[in-house]
Design a protein around this ligand. Structure first.
Ligand SMILES: [Zn+2]
Length: 387
């Protein structure tokens, strides 16, 4: 028997009302739920990031199931193109604020549920405060900065981050919870893909029913974590292929070198996630071919590798000095401020952060190596091990 994430002392002694007893009767008759479990659901607080394709079915079913409080973070208006999958919203809601539309639908589904609206972009400034008020997070976001933020804030707060993502006909779901023994998002994906390399649903499309399936998987996982029953997706990544109608699962493990939940974490507070994902990073860049030309011309270049030591073991560019990004601020004295400095990581986002930091510290000129060591392997040294 698993332990519920909702502590016993938070469950009120008050019995369910007659209306609630009738409403939840199909739950109450199950020995895995009973009135005790239903009162635990009533005591639970869940935060949904986004009222879109995943958040819609998740929030709707969680409300129907009797979760006491559901918070929703969103700042969009309902667009006609949303209705193909975002079933919280109807045709009459087009042009309305998504939060208000969601609240009306959830209240209709179950007026016993308290719906809290957070009209904002989920950001490093507000994430910790928001997550502190809830027992778990349903990540229904559709972009990498929000996924990393949702992961990091949940790792710090020791709250499960119930993850889902969809793309065309494929969906994935898992529960990230290092405090429950599983990995976090960064254990699986230490670095975001380079901006522009992974199309999102707006660019590549998504089968409308697919987020329904994945969002409902997220809702089921949330309910199991609250009731403390069954086997959760902690440590397992579920993959669903709608075209083949196949579910597959992969065991996923914590990475002891993970920069946030590993044994020696280098990330100890929330960061700038747009910059981390290379979205806002507007730093001077150098191509791998330009760097190779400069090496060949025997120009003096200070090359800094800001990856982790295990990555340096896999592949390195000759002459690079390894200083993991998390140590850079404390090791600036080891570097020359003047002369050409080039910084690289795996694919570019971490080194973009490092370039920002070095420029603020007075280094000039300093460049980000475009595409990181991966581009070096692709364009300059095909024998180099890729990872
Ligand atoms: Zn991790």
């Amino acid at each position: 028997m698993n332990k519920s994430i909702v502590a016993d002392e938070r469950i009120s002694d008050a019995p369910l009302s007659g209306e609630e007893t009738a409403r939840y009767s199909r739950h109450l008759m199950m020995p895995e739920v009973t009135a005790d479990g239903q009162r635990r659901l009533k005591a639970a607080h869940i935060l949904c990031i986004g009222a879109g394709g995943l958040g819609s079915p998740a929030a709707l079913y969680l409300a129907a199931a009797g979760v006491g409080k559901i918070g929703i973070v969103d700042f969009d208006d309902v667009d006609l193109s949303n209705l193909q999958r975002q079933i919280l919203h109807g045709t009459k809601d087009v042009g309305r604020n998504k939060l208000e539309s969601a609240r009306d639908r959830l209240r209709d589904a179950n007026p016993n549920v308290e719906v809290e609206l957070h009209e904002c972009r989920f950001s490093s400034e507000n994430a910790s405060g928001l997550v502190a008020r809830y027992d778990l997070v349903i990540d229904g976001s559709d972009n990498f900065p929000t996924r990393y933020l949702s992961n990091d804030v949940c790792v710090f707060a020791r709250k499960p981050n119930v993850y889902g993502s969809v793309f065309r006909f494929d969906g994935q779901a898992t529960v990230f919870a290092p405090h429950l023994g599983g990995p976090c998002y960064r254990c699986l994906f230490p670095e975001p893909p380079a901006p522009g390399t992974v199309p999102n649903c707006a660019e590549a499309g998504v089968l409308g029913v697919l987020p329904g399936i994945i969002g409902m998987v997220q809702a089921i996982e949330a309910i199991k974590l609250i009731l403390g029953i069954g086997e959760t997706l902690v440590g397992r990544l579920l993959h669903f292929d709608a075209l083949k109608m196949k579910f597959r699962e992969f065991n996923v493990r914590r990475d002891l070198e993970c920069p946030i939940c590993g044994e020696r974490p280098t990330i100890t507070e929330l960061i700038d996630y747009d910059q981390f994902c290379g979205i806002a990073a507007d730093v001077p860049a150098m191509s791998v071919r330009e760097l190779k030309r400069k090496f060949d011309a025997r120009e003096t270049i200070q090359l800094i590798d800001v990856r982790e030591p295990f990555e340096f073991e896999i592949a390195r560019i000759d002459g690079a000095k390894l200083i993991p990004l998390g140590q850079l601020a404390d090791r600036l004295h080891e570097l020359k401020q003047n002369g050409q400095t080039v910084v690289h990581c795996h694919r570019g986002p971490r080194s973009a952060q490092a370039v920002e930091m070095l420029r603020r510290a007075g280094f000039a000129p300093v460049y980000n190596l475009e595409g990181g060591i991966e581009a070096w392997a692709d364009e300059i040294d095909p024998a180099m091990q890729k990872y």
